[in-house]
Write a protein that binds this ligand. Structure first.
Ligand code: AMP
Ligand code: ZN
Ligand code: FE
Ligand code: FE
Length: 288
């Protein structure tokens, strides 16, 4: 069923955000694992896409330009993936840049807060750990771990997480803004891990479909067989694409699963490609 020859993974992070492997390293690993399609979906940045596509040049591996936007949703977050976005689109770039700037401000404020709590970190070391384009709490968590203030990343997230003592909120897009930004860049907006973002996420699907949501991430490491069944039914009901991926963050990372390890039917890739071609056709007909 899960043939080595046609594996796909549509949810992958790199050092451009909080993954541990560079975009080229991700591609090397994907080739070793026999993947045929890979979407790089870093948080709030497209900076890794060109490198990944260069690394895959000439190989039998398609690298889809993607992004993951963690949007605000009533007391939680709702993650929107974008596939086949135009990485040069000015409006999407502008939106993502604003999010990344807010991330830097949030990291600085968090460093201050931690210092008041007796945990001394330098912003420079957190930036060095982040290395790439988009700084996040995982980098702060790794810095806390590196300094021995916590024993595990989970312990760090009890401090940095939503109800933690050093939690600093950051401005986020609304889910509708995220969907619009992705559509505006010619991409397909897909709701990430819907069964793993709280009931509030599921209850917004119908509304987001009205705004142009095109798919649900059905196949995901932490989705149970019952979740998959429920999400497939929602896809049929709303005429949505079913997608899937591992949320790979690197070997041994706390989050996600090993690259290519989640079964995603090959038909997902074909349907995704067909949808983006239909969208592009509509857009050029409208322009024409
Ligand atoms: P941020 O992008 O700064 O808002 O941080 C959110 C990211 O932190 C998520 O996308 C995950 O990659 C990671 N994350 C959130 N909660 C945890 C947790 N409890 N343990 C490990 N990683 C987490
Ligand atoms: Zn992440
Ligand atoms: Fe996510
Ligand atoms: Fe993710």
């Amino acid at each position: 069923m899960h043939k080595r020859s046609n594996r796909i993974d549509l949810h992958v992070h790199s050092t451009a955000s909080d993954g541990k492997l560079s975009p080229s390293e991700v591609v090397c690993l994907a080739l070793r694992r026999g993947l045929r399609l890979l979407a790089l979906t870093d948080h709030d940045t497209l900076a890794g896409v060109a490198e990944a596509q260069r690394a895959a040049h000439g190989a039998n591996l398609e690298v889809v330009a993607g992004v993951e936007i963690n949007a605000e949703n009533k007391g939680g977050t709702l993650h929107i993936l974008g596939y086949y976005v135009d990485i040069e689109n000015a409006l999407l770039q502008e939106r993502l840049r604003a999010m990344r700037e807010a991330r830097v401000r949030r990291a600085r404020q968090t460093v201050e807060r931690l210092r008041e709590m007796g945990m001394r970190l330098e912003m420079e070391e957190v930036e060095h750990l982040a290395g790439g384009d988009s700084i996040g709490r995982p980098h702060l968590a790794r810095a806390l771990l590196g300094r021995g203030y916590v024993a595990t990343l989970q312990e760090a997230f009890r401090i940095l997480g939503r109800d933690g003592p050093a939690h600093v909120p950051r401005p986020r897009l609304s889910p509708v803004e995220a969907v619009r930004a992705i559509l505006g860049a010619g991409g397909l907006p897909v709701l990430a891990h819907p069964a793993h973002s709280g009931a509030a996420a599921l209850s917004r699907i119908a509304e987001l479909v009205d705004y142009g949501l095109r798919g649900l991430e059905v196949y995901y490491p932490r989705h149970s067989p019952a979740d998959v069944k429920m999400l497939r039914a929602l896809c049929r009901k709303h005429r949505l694409l079913a997608t899937g991926g591992t949320d790979f963050h690197g070997p041994g990372a706390d989050e996600g699963a090993p690259l290519g390890s989640v079964y995603v039917p090959w038909a997902c890739a074909d349907r995704l490609r067909a949808s983006v071609m239909i969208s592009a056709g509509r857009a050029s007909a409208l322009r024409g």
